[in-house]
Every structure is written in structure tokens, then in C-alpha cells.
Design a protein around this ligand. Structure first.
Ligand SMILES: Cc1cc2nc3c(=O)[nH]c(=O)nc-3n(C[C@H](O)[C@H](O)[C@H](O)COP(=O)(O)O)c2cc1C
Length: 498
């Protein structure tokens, strides 16, 4: 993940970090390095399904896209990032299964593409379409054409006077007539020529395509505040100056191929945050999946941990071992797995690797108020993150604000209660009712509850559908009353010994 360059930073002191004699920072930066906080506009954006822009964008651009397997989504997000534009994912009411997508089998996608009147229903809508004057429209090529759901989308709004810039991804076909065949569905729009991109197209290539279409953002000045979640970019600015995604994948208990496949599925689905540890025995598999993904290294954020005992006693060796196993150049964040003998020594060793640029950010796992009070005065670089057990039955409502007030981001493990407790938590009446009301799953409700408390989520899963679902947290928002109902579920019931 990108570091916010010091050359363009104006650092403003907003929070004291008394333990470390350093400060959390408010960071001002040009829009080219944007990390805008939009939390006050977030609730509206959740209703519409499209992110609200902050009024400082160069133009009112919406990047709308349909993506069945994540290829188009990744490029749409890159374009939106470059343009500081809102995004809207066109989601089918009836999601496509792998079987539906198997082409030349006479399956659902094949049938729809052969049926001129097919208009697959869309789940949700862009209620604020009126505010956009330009739509970047992305889709995969299905039998040489845009999927029929794009027709549904175009027929759902009045695009008169708006500019539409189409792009597609495909296995090998060009954009062909797929875009021009859409013109009749939005006849009042100013259609620009479309372009086809291959999977994994670089950010630079997308940027030059946007430039060619006169879509370069102004260098407006926007600001980011350490610890505040940016629901539009789905990142948080750490006190180390790096941005971290606010949701990702935990790899505890996933080994080798399972871990490789899960990280691969995450990256394919647009997820960019992976949590591993020496103790999980799968750092090498994580590294391999990152290297094989084709996703630019700087877009991915990998957390790993070193463990008490032998590793804390010989921390330099342990850290080097993690770097070697991961083999991804640098480690985005390294944590101490839990308090233990030599923890300060181990942390001070990690600080040296930060100075050498081998680790970007540091953090702690399973540290609570007393442990932090004792630990923080003994180190120089403030931890950027504390990762603790957090779920509706163990909420840590006293610990979380304490940590956040230090300018440290909180991340939760065991979001679904951990082994042996998951079905009880996911089946909890309160959570199931809320899930039903929003048309989402209990897992999504729990993850969204965390995000609304500014807690980063790293649910573990080896199921690609669940991995995708666990990233899909931005099409709904929990009301204050729903947040309170979940808060009332707290039983102070720890499910692991840390
Ligand atoms: C039903 C169907 C038909 C497809 N037809 C074509 C095609 O005609 N030409 C092509 O190059 N790729 C074709 N593909 C491959 C997709 O266009 C390609 O994998 C695309 O990048 C997927 O984008 P997505 O991951 O955003 O869904 C087809 C895929 C499906 C599911």
C-alpha cells in the first residue's frame, strides 16, 4: 500500500501519543496521493450503493461496472482511484454461479446473451445518478458483447447529456461492437470510444487511457486523518504514513495449497489485505500467492507476526526468516503475536528493520490496556495497529476506544466467534434479523458492525464465495439502533486464551 509522501505532507498534530512521545498525524496531500475521509457522507452512499464524492473532485464521475469474476472490478477500482470517483457495482439480483458462467454449455449466461429481450434484474440502484455528469462503464465481454445486465443498467436511468466512457475486459476478444451496440439504450448520452483491457492491466496504462479521454483529476488538496476509515477507498491511514485496507483475509489454520488458493481468491475478488503469522506456518504460501497474482505489489498489504519464545529471543533471525519465506520484497506490517518474555527486545529489533525499509509498519497482537501502558514507554516507533479478539460476544468496548485514542488502528480476529462458536454467533437471533432486514448474511452484518466501529476485519475462509462475500460490505449500512442491538449482545466471553 502506498505511503503518503513526506515531500507533500503537511503534518498537523491532532492526537498525542503520550507513551511514545510521537503524535498521530493529520496529513494533507495532493489529490494524486488522496486518502480522503468521507465518513460523514458514508451513510448516504450506503443507501445508494454508490460512494458519495466529497465535492472536491474534478468532475462528478461515477465508475459503474459489472464483474462476474473480479477482473473488471479490479480495473474499475483502479480507474476510480485515479479519478477520485465514486464506484457502483452493478450486482445481479440473482447472482451468477460458476455453472451459470460456464460458457458454451447452454447455461444461464449463454442463454441470456442469445436472448435479445433478456434483462437480468439488478439489486439496488444509484439514487443520486443526477449528480454525475460522466459515467465510466466497465463490463466483461460475453460472446463478443456486453452482458445483458448492462442493458438493464442503461435502461434504468436517463443518461441524457451525460458522457459515457465504456471499457471492457475479456479473455482475448476486442471491444468490437459491444459498446456501439449499447448506444441505442442511452441515446441522449455522449458516448466516447471504448477500450478493451486484459486482466491485470497496469495502473499506468489505465491512467494514460483516462488522460487520452481528458479525464485527469485536478491537483486539489484533500486531507486524511489517521485512524479514520475511508469507506470510499476502503482504507485507513496508519500513524506510520501508510494506507491499509479496512477488510481482508485471515489465514489462521489455512495451510499451503488451501492458503495459496484463498489468498488468490481474495486478490481476484479485489481484496488487498492478508494476515498471516509465523505460527500459522503459511507465510511461504501467502508470498507465493502474492507473487503469482499479477497484482502490483504496492497495492497489497501483508501482515505477519513473530512469536514469543525462540523468535522473541532471536528476533533478527526471526524477522529475516519471515522476509525470506514471504519473499515479497518488504513486509507491510509485522506484529508481536502476543506479550511474552523479550517482547520489548523483539519490537526494538523490528524497529531496526523499519529503518532499513524492510518493514513498513509495526503493531501488536493481543495487547490490552495494562499491557499497552507498560509496553509503549519502552519503544520508539508507536505501533500502528493492535489486533485483538473482537466479536459480538467479546466486544472490548472499553479497550477499543483506549487504543484508538492513541492514534492506533484496531483490528479484530475471530470476527465470527472462533472455532466452535461460529454457528451460534451467525445464528444469533438479533444478528439474523438484522441480516434479513438488509438482505445480507449474518457474516456481512458482523463485519459491517466492526467497520462502523472503525475496527478492521480479517475473517478467515477458504471458500471463494465467502471470501467474496466478506469483502462485499458497502452496499448497506447499519442504523444506530442496529449497532446498539448488536452492542447489547456483549457477554465479555473470550473464546481464546490470548
Ligand atoms: C458467458 C461468458 C462468455 C464469454 N465470452 C467471451 C468472449 O466472447 N471473448 C473473450 O475474449 N472472453 C469471453 N469471456 C471471458 C471474459 O470476458 C473475461 O474472462 C473477463 O475478463 C471476465 O471479467 P470479470 O472477471 O469482470 O467477470 C466470456 C466469459 C463468460 C462468463
Amino acid at each position: 500500500m502506498k505511503r503518503l509522501l513526506s515531500g507533500i505532507l503537511v503534518l498537523t498534530l491532532i492526537l498525542g501519543c503520550p507513551a511514545c512521545g510521537r503524535n498521530a498525524e493529520q496529513t494533507e496531500l495532493t489529490s494524486g496521493e488522496r486518502a480522503t475521509s468521507v465518513s460523514d457522507t458514508e451513510s448516504e452512499s450506503e443507501e445508494t450503493g454508490a460512494g458519495e464524492n466529497d465535492g472536491e473532485n474534478m468532475q462528478n464521475v461515477l465508475v459503474a461496472y459489472f464483474s462476474a469474476t473480479g477482473t473488471t472490478k479490479a480495473l474499475a477500482e483502479t480507474a476510480a482511484d485515479l479519478l477520485h470517483a465514486d464506484t457502483y457495482e452493478i450486482l445481479p439480483q440473482d447472482p451468477y454461479t460458476d455453472e451459470d458462467l460456464a460458457y458454451y454449455t447452454g447455461g444461464r449466461a449463454d442463454k441470456e446473451q442469445n436472448d435479445p429481450s433478456a434483462r437480468p434484474e439488478i439489486s439496488g440502484s444509484v439514487e443520486t445518478m443526477g449528480q454525475y455528469d460522466t459515467i465510466v462503464l466497465g463490463y466483461p465481454i460475453w460472446h463478443g458483447q456486453a452482458p445483458k445486465i448492462i442493458c438493464t443498467f442503461l435502461e434504468s436511468y436517463d443518461f441524457t447529456g451525460k458522457t459515457i466512457l465504456p471499457f471492457c475486459t475479456s479473455h482475448s476478444s476486442g471491444i468490437g461492437s459491444s459498446a456501439s451496440n449499447l448506444h441505442a439504450l442511452a441515446p441522449g448520452a455522449n458516448w466516447l470510444d471504448g477500450k478493451r483491457f486484459a486482466a491485470g492491466t497496469s495502473k499506468a496504462e489505465i491512467e494514460s487511457w483516462l488522460d487520452e479521454n481528458d479525464m485527469t483529476p485536478n491537483e486539489t488538496t484533500v486531507s486524511a486523518v489517521v485512524g479514520e476509515f475511508d469507506f470510499e477507498k476502503r482504507t485507513v491511514l496508519l500513524n506510520s504514513g501508510y494506507e491499509m485496507p479496512i477488510m481482508g483475509l485471515g489465514t489462521y489454520s489455512l495451510s499451503d495449497e488451501e492458503c495459496y488458493n484463498s489468498v488468490t481468491a481474495l486478490l481476484k475478488s479485489g481484496g488487498r489485505l492478508v494476515d498471516t503469522a509465523y505460527m500459522y506456518g503459511n507465510e511461504a504460501a501467502v508470498g507465493r500467492a502474492v507473487r503469482d497474482s499479477g497484482v502490483p505489489r504496492e497495492e497489497i498489504f501483508v501482515i505477519t507476526k513473530i512469536y514469543p519464545g525462540e523468535q522473541f529471543a532471536n528476533p533478527e533471525k526471526a524477522i529475516q526468516e519471515a522476509l525470506d519465506k514471504l519473499n515479497i520484497g518488504y513486509i507491510d506490517m509485522m506484529l508481536l503475536h502476543h506479550p511474552g518474555e523479550n517482547d520489548v527486545k523483539a519490537y526494538l529489533a523490528m524497529e531496526k528493520f523499519v529503518e532499513d525499509g524492510k518493514i513498513h509498519s509495526l503493531g501488536l497482537s493481543n495487547w490490552y490496556v495494562e499491557e499497552l501502558e507498560e509496553f509503549l514507554p519502552q519503544v520508539h516507533i508507536p505501533p500502528a495497529l493492535v489486533q485483538n479478539e473482537i466479536h459480538p460476544y467479546y466486544q472490548e468496548n472499553d479497550v477499543i476506544p483506549y487504543i484508538q485514542n492513541l492514534g492506533i488502528v484496531v483490528q479484530g480476529w475471530y470476527p465470527f466467534g472462533g472455532r466452535g462458536h461460529t454457528s451460534e454467533l451467525l445464528g444469533d437471533r438479533v444478528i439474523s434479523d438484522i441480516a434479513k432486514a438488509h438482505g445480507v448474511t449474518s457474516a456481512q452484518v458482523i463485519l459491517r458492525w466492526n467497520l462502523q466501529k472503525s475496527v478492521v476485519v480479517i475473517p478467515g475462509s477458504s471458500n471463494p464465495d465467502h471470501i467474496r462475500e466478506n469483502l462485499d460490505l458497502f452496499g448497506f449500512a447499519l442504523s444506530d439502533a442496529e449497532m446498539r442491538r448488536i452492542n447489547e449482545l456483549d457477554r465479555h466471553e473470550k473464546h481464546d486464551w490470548y
